[in-house]
Design a binder for this molecule. Structure first.
Ligand code: FAD
Length: 318
Protein backbone atom coordinates (compact mmCIF):
# COMPACT_ATOMS: atom_id res chain seq x y z
CA UNK A 1 0.00 0.00 0.00
CA UNK A 2 1.20 3.52 -0.73
CA UNK A 3 2.23 5.92 1.98
CA UNK A 4 -0.23 8.52 3.19
CA UNK A 5 1.58 11.46 4.76
CA UNK A 6 0.03 12.94 7.88
CA UNK A 7 1.55 16.27 8.88
CA UNK A 8 1.68 16.28 12.67
CA UNK A 9 0.33 19.14 14.74
CA UNK A 10 1.29 19.08 18.39
CA UNK A 11 1.21 21.15 21.53
CA UNK A 12 3.35 20.69 24.62
CA UNK A 13 4.87 17.44 23.36
CA UNK A 14 1.51 15.79 22.60
CA UNK A 15 -0.08 15.27 19.17
CA UNK A 16 -3.25 17.32 18.78
CA UNK A 17 -6.51 15.44 18.41
CA UNK A 18 -6.75 16.36 14.72
CA UNK A 19 -3.46 14.52 14.14
CA UNK A 20 -4.90 11.36 15.70
CA UNK A 21 -8.01 11.77 13.54
CA UNK A 22 -5.83 12.08 10.43
CA UNK A 23 -3.88 8.94 11.34
CA UNK A 24 -7.19 7.10 11.80
CA UNK A 25 -8.35 8.32 8.38
CA UNK A 26 -5.00 7.55 6.74
CA UNK A 27 -5.25 3.89 7.76
CA UNK A 28 -8.18 3.45 5.36
CA UNK A 29 -6.24 5.00 2.49
CA UNK A 30 -2.81 3.41 2.72
CA UNK A 31 0.16 3.23 5.07
CA UNK A 32 0.07 6.09 7.58
CA UNK A 33 3.37 7.97 7.72
CA UNK A 34 3.57 10.81 10.23
CA UNK A 35 5.68 13.83 9.30
CA UNK A 36 7.03 15.97 12.13
CA UNK A 37 8.24 19.41 11.10
CA UNK A 38 9.81 21.50 13.85
CA UNK A 39 12.76 22.53 15.93
CA UNK A 40 15.23 19.85 17.06
CA UNK A 41 13.66 17.69 19.78
CA UNK A 42 10.06 18.12 18.57
CA UNK A 43 9.49 14.54 17.45
CA UNK A 44 10.89 12.53 20.34
CA UNK A 45 7.96 12.96 22.79
CA UNK A 46 5.41 12.41 20.00
CA UNK A 47 6.54 9.09 18.53
CA UNK A 48 4.86 6.74 21.03
CA UNK A 49 1.44 8.37 20.62
CA UNK A 50 1.77 8.51 16.83
CA UNK A 51 2.55 4.77 16.88
CA UNK A 52 -0.44 4.12 19.13
CA UNK A 53 -2.71 5.56 16.42
CA UNK A 54 -1.17 3.56 13.61
CA UNK A 55 1.80 5.51 12.25
CA UNK A 56 4.01 2.92 10.57
CA UNK A 57 6.77 5.42 10.07
CA UNK A 58 7.64 8.83 11.53
CA UNK A 59 9.60 11.12 9.23
CA UNK A 60 11.46 13.61 11.39
CA UNK A 61 12.31 16.89 9.73
CA UNK A 62 13.88 18.98 12.47
CA UNK A 63 15.77 22.22 12.04
CA UNK A 64 15.89 25.52 13.91
CA UNK A 65 14.75 27.26 10.73
CA UNK A 66 11.44 25.39 10.83
CA UNK A 67 10.55 27.14 14.08
CA UNK A 68 12.37 30.42 13.56
CA UNK A 69 10.28 31.67 10.66
CA UNK A 70 6.60 31.57 9.74
CA UNK A 71 5.23 28.61 7.77
CA UNK A 72 7.23 29.02 4.53
CA UNK A 73 10.14 26.79 5.69
CA UNK A 74 7.72 24.04 6.69
CA UNK A 75 6.04 24.18 3.26
CA UNK A 76 9.46 24.05 1.57
CA UNK A 77 10.60 21.08 3.67
CA UNK A 78 7.31 19.25 3.14
CA UNK A 79 7.49 19.78 -0.64
CA UNK A 80 10.88 18.02 -0.67
CA UNK A 81 9.48 15.16 1.43
CA UNK A 82 6.51 14.73 -0.92
CA UNK A 83 8.80 14.71 -3.96
CA UNK A 84 11.05 12.07 -2.45
CA UNK A 85 8.32 9.80 -1.03
CA UNK A 86 5.66 10.03 -3.78
CA UNK A 87 2.78 9.44 -1.34
CA UNK A 88 -0.76 8.49 -2.28
CA UNK A 89 -2.14 11.47 -0.35
CA UNK A 90 -1.08 14.25 2.03
CA UNK A 91 -3.22 15.18 5.03
CA UNK A 92 -2.85 18.33 7.12
CA UNK A 93 -5.06 19.75 9.86
CA UNK A 94 -7.60 22.38 8.83
CA UNK A 95 -5.97 24.82 11.20
CA UNK A 96 -4.60 28.23 10.31
CA UNK A 97 -1.11 26.79 9.96
CA UNK A 98 -2.19 23.58 8.25
CA UNK A 99 -4.21 25.44 5.62
CA UNK A 100 -1.40 27.87 4.91
CA UNK A 101 1.15 25.10 4.51
CA UNK A 102 -1.28 23.19 2.26
CA UNK A 103 -1.84 26.21 0.03
CA UNK A 104 1.87 26.84 -0.36
CA UNK A 105 2.54 23.14 -0.94
CA UNK A 106 -0.12 23.02 -3.66
CA UNK A 107 1.56 25.90 -5.49
CA UNK A 108 5.02 24.36 -5.16
CA UNK A 109 3.85 20.99 -6.46
CA UNK A 110 1.32 22.35 -8.98
CA UNK A 111 -1.22 20.14 -7.22
CA UNK A 112 -4.86 20.68 -6.36
CA UNK A 113 -5.84 21.28 -2.73
CA UNK A 114 -9.10 20.71 -0.82
CA UNK A 115 -9.71 22.28 2.58
CA UNK A 116 -12.07 21.57 5.49
CA UNK A 117 -12.47 17.97 4.43
CA UNK A 118 -14.44 15.71 6.78
CA UNK A 119 -13.88 12.45 4.93
CA UNK A 120 -11.64 11.03 2.21
CA UNK A 121 -12.22 7.75 0.41
CA UNK A 122 -9.55 5.51 -1.06
CA UNK A 123 -10.34 6.75 -4.60
CA UNK A 124 -9.48 10.29 -3.51
CA UNK A 125 -13.04 11.60 -3.21
CA UNK A 126 -13.20 14.16 -0.43
CA UNK A 127 -16.32 15.09 1.52
CA UNK A 128 -16.90 18.67 2.65
CA UNK A 129 -19.83 20.02 4.64
CA UNK A 130 -20.85 23.51 3.57
CA UNK A 131 -23.56 26.13 4.15
CA UNK A 132 -23.65 25.50 7.90
CA UNK A 133 -24.02 21.77 7.48
CA UNK A 134 -26.96 21.90 5.09
CA UNK A 135 -25.06 20.68 2.00
CA UNK A 136 -22.59 17.84 1.50
CA UNK A 137 -20.06 18.28 -1.31
CA UNK A 138 -18.04 15.48 -2.86
CA UNK A 139 -14.96 16.56 -4.78
CA UNK A 140 -11.58 15.41 -6.03
CA UNK A 141 -8.46 17.30 -6.99
CA UNK A 142 -8.13 17.36 -10.74
CA UNK A 143 -4.36 17.63 -10.72
CA UNK A 144 -1.93 15.59 -8.63
CA UNK A 145 -2.57 13.56 -5.51
CA UNK A 146 -5.25 14.25 -2.86
CA UNK A 147 -3.77 17.10 -0.83
CA UNK A 148 -6.34 17.88 1.83
CA UNK A 149 -6.77 19.65 5.11
CA UNK A 150 -8.93 17.70 7.54
CA UNK A 151 -11.38 19.54 9.74
CA UNK A 152 -10.92 18.71 13.43
CA UNK A 153 -13.64 16.66 15.11
CA UNK A 154 -14.69 15.06 11.82
CA UNK A 155 -14.16 11.53 13.03
CA UNK A 156 -13.38 9.66 16.22
CA UNK A 157 -9.71 8.81 16.55
CA UNK A 158 -9.22 5.13 17.29
CA UNK A 159 -5.95 3.48 18.34
CA UNK A 160 -4.30 0.81 16.18
CA UNK A 161 -0.94 0.24 17.85
CA UNK A 162 2.12 0.05 15.61
CA UNK A 163 5.86 0.27 16.20
CA UNK A 164 6.85 3.13 13.92
CA UNK A 165 10.20 3.29 12.18
CA UNK A 166 11.69 6.69 12.93
CA UNK A 167 13.57 8.22 10.02
CA UNK A 168 15.42 11.53 10.04
CA UNK A 169 14.98 13.73 6.98
CA UNK A 170 17.59 16.30 5.95
CA UNK A 171 16.12 19.82 5.87
CA UNK A 172 17.41 22.63 3.74
CA UNK A 173 15.47 25.83 3.94
CA UNK A 174 15.90 28.17 0.95
CA UNK A 175 16.55 31.86 1.67
CA UNK A 176 13.26 32.91 0.08
CA UNK A 177 11.42 30.93 2.78
CA UNK A 178 13.10 32.97 5.52
CA UNK A 179 11.55 36.35 4.84
CA UNK A 180 9.28 36.49 7.88
CA UNK A 181 11.07 35.85 11.17
CA UNK A 182 9.41 34.88 14.44
CA UNK A 183 10.81 37.39 16.93
CA UNK A 184 8.92 36.37 20.05
CA UNK A 185 6.60 33.63 21.25
CA UNK A 186 4.20 34.34 24.08
CA UNK A 187 2.44 31.38 25.66
CA UNK A 188 -1.30 31.91 25.83
CA UNK A 189 -2.46 32.08 29.44
CA UNK A 190 -4.36 28.85 29.98
CA UNK A 191 -6.64 27.91 32.80
CA UNK A 192 -7.20 24.43 34.07
CA UNK A 193 -9.98 23.78 31.54
CA UNK A 194 -9.43 21.59 28.49
CA UNK A 195 -8.97 23.13 25.05
CA UNK A 196 -12.42 23.79 23.53
CA UNK A 197 -11.89 21.96 20.22
CA UNK A 198 -10.41 18.91 21.96
CA UNK A 199 -12.63 18.67 25.05
CA UNK A 200 -14.83 15.64 25.60
CA UNK A 201 -17.36 17.76 27.50
CA UNK A 202 -18.40 21.29 26.46
CA UNK A 203 -20.82 23.54 28.34
CA UNK A 204 -21.87 26.54 26.23
CA UNK A 205 -23.83 29.63 27.10
CA UNK A 206 -25.89 31.82 24.82
CA UNK A 207 -27.66 35.15 24.91
CA UNK A 208 -30.03 33.65 27.48
CA UNK A 209 -27.20 33.71 30.02
CA UNK A 210 -27.73 37.45 30.07
CA UNK A 211 -24.38 38.92 31.11
CA UNK A 212 -20.64 38.35 31.44
CA UNK A 213 -21.07 37.94 35.22
CA UNK A 214 -23.69 35.24 34.74
CA UNK A 215 -21.23 33.21 32.67
CA UNK A 216 -19.79 32.17 36.05
CA UNK A 217 -22.71 29.75 36.15
CA UNK A 218 -21.67 28.22 32.80
CA UNK A 219 -18.06 28.01 34.02
CA UNK A 220 -19.12 26.39 37.28
CA UNK A 221 -21.03 23.64 35.50
CA UNK A 222 -18.16 23.13 33.05
CA UNK A 223 -15.69 22.82 35.94
CA UNK A 224 -17.86 20.37 37.83
CA UNK A 225 -18.02 18.20 34.71
CA UNK A 226 -14.34 18.69 33.84
CA UNK A 227 -15.32 20.33 30.55
CA UNK A 228 -14.52 23.34 28.40
CA UNK A 229 -16.66 26.48 28.13
CA UNK A 230 -18.15 27.54 24.80
CA UNK A 231 -20.46 30.35 23.74
CA UNK A 232 -22.85 31.27 20.98
CA UNK A 233 -22.07 34.15 18.67
CA UNK A 234 -24.80 36.25 20.25
CA UNK A 235 -23.11 35.73 23.63
CA UNK A 236 -19.65 36.70 22.39
CA UNK A 237 -20.98 39.62 20.33
CA UNK A 238 -22.73 40.87 23.47
CA UNK A 239 -19.38 40.79 25.28
CA UNK A 240 -20.41 38.00 27.67
CA UNK A 241 -17.44 35.80 26.76
CA UNK A 242 -14.30 36.09 24.57
CA UNK A 243 -14.60 35.43 20.82
CA UNK A 244 -12.04 32.60 21.00
CA UNK A 245 -14.75 30.48 22.65
CA UNK A 246 -17.42 30.89 19.97
CA UNK A 247 -18.88 27.61 18.73
CA UNK A 248 -20.40 27.45 15.27
CA UNK A 249 -20.03 28.14 11.59
CA UNK A 250 -17.75 31.12 12.13
CA UNK A 251 -16.31 29.82 15.40
CA UNK A 252 -14.91 26.49 16.54
CA UNK A 253 -16.27 23.10 15.53
CA UNK A 254 -16.63 20.79 18.50
CA UNK A 255 -17.71 17.18 18.69
CA UNK A 256 -17.57 16.21 22.36
CA UNK A 257 -19.14 13.22 24.08
CA UNK A 258 -21.42 15.68 25.89
CA UNK A 259 -22.52 19.16 24.75
CA UNK A 260 -24.62 21.24 27.12
CA UNK A 261 -26.33 24.30 25.61
CA UNK A 262 -27.59 26.85 28.13
CA UNK A 263 -29.83 29.67 26.87
CA UNK A 264 -28.97 28.96 23.23
CA UNK A 265 -31.76 28.96 20.64
CA UNK A 266 -30.06 26.54 18.23
CA UNK A 267 -29.65 28.66 15.09
CA UNK A 268 -28.32 26.76 12.07
CA UNK A 269 -25.00 28.59 12.31
CA UNK A 270 -24.56 27.45 15.90
CA UNK A 271 -25.58 23.88 15.07
CA UNK A 272 -22.93 23.77 12.36
CA UNK A 273 -20.29 23.79 15.06
CA UNK A 274 -21.77 21.25 17.51
CA UNK A 275 -24.35 19.03 15.82
CA UNK A 276 -22.06 15.99 15.69
CA UNK A 277 -21.70 15.96 19.50
CA UNK A 278 -22.52 12.50 20.83
CA UNK A 279 -25.02 13.55 23.52
CA UNK A 280 -26.68 16.96 23.46
CA UNK A 281 -28.39 18.49 26.48
CA UNK A 282 -30.15 21.85 26.40
CA UNK A 283 -31.77 24.13 28.91
CA UNK A 284 -34.05 26.72 27.37
CA UNK A 285 -37.16 28.41 28.69
CA UNK A 286 -38.80 28.36 25.25
CA UNK A 287 -40.23 24.90 24.48
CA UNK A 288 -40.28 25.83 20.78
CA UNK A 289 -36.55 26.66 20.61
CA UNK A 290 -34.99 24.86 17.62
CA UNK A 291 -32.19 23.48 19.80
CA UNK A 292 -34.70 20.93 21.11
CA UNK A 293 -34.82 19.33 17.63
CA UNK A 294 -31.26 18.17 18.29
CA UNK A 295 -31.23 17.29 21.93
CA UNK A 296 -30.99 13.92 23.60
CA UNK A 297 -32.13 15.53 26.89
CA UNK A 298 -33.97 18.82 26.85
CA UNK A 299 -35.05 20.80 29.89
CA UNK A 300 -37.69 23.47 29.33
CA UNK A 301 -36.96 25.89 32.12
CA UNK A 302 -35.12 28.92 33.36
CA UNK A 303 -31.41 28.19 33.36
CA UNK A 304 -30.98 30.22 36.55
CA UNK A 305 -33.20 27.66 38.30
CA UNK A 306 -32.07 24.55 36.50
CA UNK A 307 -28.28 24.96 36.40
CA UNK A 308 -27.73 25.56 40.16
CA UNK A 309 -29.84 22.46 40.89
CA UNK A 310 -27.85 20.40 38.39
CA UNK A 311 -24.59 21.71 39.89
CA UNK A 312 -25.75 20.83 43.39
CA UNK A 313 -26.69 17.30 42.33
CA UNK A 314 -23.33 16.76 40.58
CA UNK A 315 -21.50 18.06 43.66
CA UNK A 316 -23.35 15.55 45.86
CA UNK A 317 -22.36 12.66 43.61
CA UNK A 318 -18.68 13.57 43.38
C1 FAD B 1 -22.90 34.30 8.60
C2 FAD B 1 -23.31 33.99 10.01
C3 FAD B 1 -22.46 33.23 10.80
C4 FAD B 1 -22.82 32.93 12.11
N1 FAD B 1 -21.98 32.15 12.87
C5 FAD B 1 -22.37 31.79 14.10
C6 FAD B 1 -21.54 30.93 14.90
O1 FAD B 1 -20.45 30.53 14.51
N2 FAD B 1 -22.01 30.57 16.11
C7 FAD B 1 -23.21 30.98 16.62
O2 FAD B 1 -23.57 30.61 17.74
N3 FAD B 1 -24.00 31.81 15.88
C8 FAD B 1 -23.60 32.23 14.65
N4 FAD B 1 -24.37 33.09 13.96
C9 FAD B 1 -25.52 33.71 14.65
C10 FAD B 1 -26.75 32.84 14.71
O3 FAD B 1 -27.53 33.05 13.55
C11 FAD B 1 -27.61 33.21 15.94
O4 FAD B 1 -27.90 34.59 15.90
C12 FAD B 1 -26.92 32.92 17.26
O5 FAD B 1 -26.43 31.60 17.29
C13 FAD B 1 -27.92 33.12 18.38
O6 FAD B 1 -27.29 32.93 19.61
P1 FAD B 1 -28.14 32.51 20.89
O7 FAD B 1 -28.82 31.23 20.63
O8 FAD B 1 -27.24 32.61 22.07
O9 FAD B 1 -29.16 33.73 21.03
P2 FAD B 1 -30.73 33.77 20.76
O10 FAD B 1 -31.08 33.27 19.41
O11 FAD B 1 -31.15 35.14 21.13
O12 FAD B 1 -31.31 32.72 21.79
C14 FAD B 1 -31.28 32.87 23.18
C15 FAD B 1 -32.06 31.73 23.76
O13 FAD B 1 -31.97 31.79 25.15
C16 FAD B 1 -33.23 31.41 25.70
N5 FAD B 1 -33.30 31.99 27.04
C17 FAD B 1 -33.36 33.30 27.37
N6 FAD B 1 -33.36 33.45 28.71
C18 FAD B 1 -33.28 32.19 29.23
C19 FAD B 1 -33.23 31.68 30.54
N7 FAD B 1 -33.23 32.48 31.61
N8 FAD B 1 -33.17 30.32 30.71
C20 FAD B 1 -33.18 29.49 29.65
N9 FAD B 1 -33.22 29.93 28.36
C21 FAD B 1 -33.25 31.26 28.17
C22 FAD B 1 -34.25 31.95 24.72
O14 FAD B 1 -35.47 31.24 24.82
C23 FAD B 1 -33.55 31.76 23.40
O15 FAD B 1 -33.91 30.51 22.81
C24 FAD B 1 -24.03 33.42 12.64
C25 FAD B 1 -24.88 34.18 11.84
C26 FAD B 1 -24.51 34.46 10.55
C27 FAD B 1 -25.45 35.28 9.70
Amino acid sequence: MSDVLVVVESAGGTPKKVTLEMLTLARDLGTPVAVVLGAPGTAEPLVAKLGEYGAQKVLVAEHDDLAGYLVAPKAAALAEIVKSTSPAAVLLGSTQEGKEIAGRLAVKLDNGVLTDVVGLSADGTATQVVFAGSTIVKSTVTRGIPLVTVRGNSLTPTPAPAQPVVEAVAVEVPDNAKLATVTQRVAEAKGARPELAEASIVVSGGRGVGSAENFALVEELADLLGGAVGASRAAVDSGFYPHAFQVGQTGKTVSPQLYVALGISGAIQHRAGMQTSKTIVAVNKDAEAPIFELTDYGVVGDLFNVVPQAAEEIRKRK
